[in-house]
Write a new protein. Structure first.
Length: 470
């Protein structure tokens, strides 16, 4: 049975003209009105996706007005199997039926032990044979914080290197690793030391103005020289942290040769390599983990989002040479979420048994083919990129002055209009990247070929409407 056919999908979304006209007229909705009045000014998604949701199944969500949407945000990649998948529901019901403890701090249980075995069964054998696991607070940012403490303790060094365009979370330590300057501005004095930023291999906007294979070579040469030059003015760092595919930074996949070179350079320099798989992990990129495309073995892997089977959970797996910190060096009350471990195990087994990574690869290529076809008629689609079902389209202004590589400038305003027009037509997508110019596709991995075609169809309808609204 195929991944798509293993769960019967609801009928395709059909949004009437009335819905299109009234989608943004939510002033009379008491839920949205109270949210705007009572929630923090830091709230983000409701500003761009003004929906009050009441139920969901598979790749679809329904709002309180009865409107149904294809969800290509999927909890920012959390919902690998979509909403309320039967294996997730069954795992939750079994935990409740068996009267298992729901909260155990870091005490072990059969559920926790099974979770660890299932996770280690997905990781490369070379990593597993020397692996340790740390259960963190139930967010990816806490796993990043744990990784920072781990490598600094083990190496006795304080500096960490990150990359331009990086996103690793919003707590203070993780925020210091972020490429985007906006969220860091209020804390500039607190975040100004201990982190050095490096150029990421962003081929379409190559930081060296070259691109292609030569751009990758220069990038690696720069990094190698930085770590080996005794007159370079840079202290040897405790670690380098990297996303094999930058998500919030604009769905930018790192060249596999660059990742191999990065691993070689860090090993030669005695620098730990931390790979952030919080969004890219668990079959999303067409491999179980994005770093597997390059065949490398990191020193640390941080994981969250899909690992909990749609419930909050975060872990860090690392090589045992780093395991020098003291008992209690990193703790958290909610690191013992048994229900999330049960649902996480259920999802991991499903991903493996149903070859979901291969399905995600095929569906991602299907969507890319249709986006590339649209690119022939819409020069505003500047770059189509990503891996598996972690895809982005960089929106550009064809009338603007091109950069040194001949690419038009980013067009964030048009990207916002495209998002709005997609939402009107029943498709939830998110934006990211520099200037908010990248339309991001992160659908549940169970999406079928027919549903991919519908996503592409809605996107194709939204493009001319967005351009006309400029």
């Amino acid at each position: 049975m195929s991944v798509a056919s293993s769960l019967e999908a609801p009928p395709p979304v059909r949004v009437s003209p009335t819905v299109v006209e009234t989608l943004y007229q939510f002033n009379d909705s008491p839920l949205l009105t109270r949210q705007a009045q009572q929630e923090s000014n830091a709230r983000s998604y409701p500003r761009r996706i003004p929906l009050a949701l009441k139920r969901a199944r598979g790749i679809h969500v329904e709002d309180v007005e009865g409107r149904r949407f294809i969800d290509c945000l999927a909890g920012a990649g959390t919902l690998a199997l979509g909403h309320n998948h039967p294996v997730v529901i069954a795992a939750i019901q079994q935990v409740l039926a068996d009267e298992l403890p729901l909260h155990t701090l870091d005490l072990t249980t059969p559920v926790k032990d099974q979770f660890v075995q299932d996770l280690f069964g997905l990781l490369p054998a070379e990593l597993v044979k020397q692996a340790k696991i740390q259960f963190c607070g139930p967010t990816g940012t806490d796993a990043v914080e744990a990784a920072l403490k781990l490598v600094r303790t083990a190496t006795g060094r304080s500096t960490v290197m990150s990359f331009q365009g990086a996103y690793h979370g919003m707590s203070q330590g993780a925020l210091s690793l972020m490429g985007s300057l906006g969220p860091k501005k209020p804390f500039e004095a607190l975040l100004s030391s201990g982190v050095q930023f490096l150029p990421y291999p962003y081929d379409y906007r190559c930081p060296f103005g070259i691109g292609g294979e030569q751009g990758v070579k220069i990038n690696l040469h720069y990094l190698d020289n930085l770590l080996s030059d005794p007159e370079g003015g840079v202290h040897r760092p405790a670690a380098i942290i990297v996303e094999a595919v930058q998500g919030e930074g604009g769905m930018i996949p790192a060249d596999v040769q660059w990742l191999r070179g990065l691993r070689r350079i860090t090993e030669n320099a005695g620098v730990a390599l931390i790979v952030d798989e919080i969004q890219s992990g668990f079959a999303r990129t067409g491999k179980m983990f994005a770093f597997e495309h390059a065949g490398i073995i990191p020193d640390v892997v941080v994981m969250s989002k899909a690992i909990g089977g749609s419930l909050p959970l975060a872990v860090m797996v690392y090589r045992d040479w780093l395991d020098t910190w003291l008992p209690g060096a990193h703790a958290g009350t909610f690191r013992g979420n048994q229900m999330a471990m049960a649902t996480g195990s259920a999802v991991m087994r499903y991903l493996k048994e149903h070859k979901v990574a291969e399905h995600a690869s095929a569906m991602g290529e299907r969507l890319c083919e249709q986006l590339r076809a649209l690119q022939q008629d819409f020069p505003q689609l500047g770059d189509i990129r990503g891996r598996g079902l972690m895809l982005g389209v960089e929106i550009v202004d064809p009338s603007g002055e091109p950069d040194t590589l001949g690419h038009p400038p980013a067009f964030g305003r048009l990207a916002s209009l495209i998002q709005r027009e997609c939402l009107k037509r029943g498709l939830i997508i998110e934006l990211g990247g520099r200037h908010g110019c990248v339309v991001r596709f992160l659908p549940p991995l169970i999406i079928s070929a027919e549903q991919i075609d519908e996503v592409a169809h809605i996107f194709a309808q939204a493009l001319p409407a967005a351009i006309a609204a400029l």
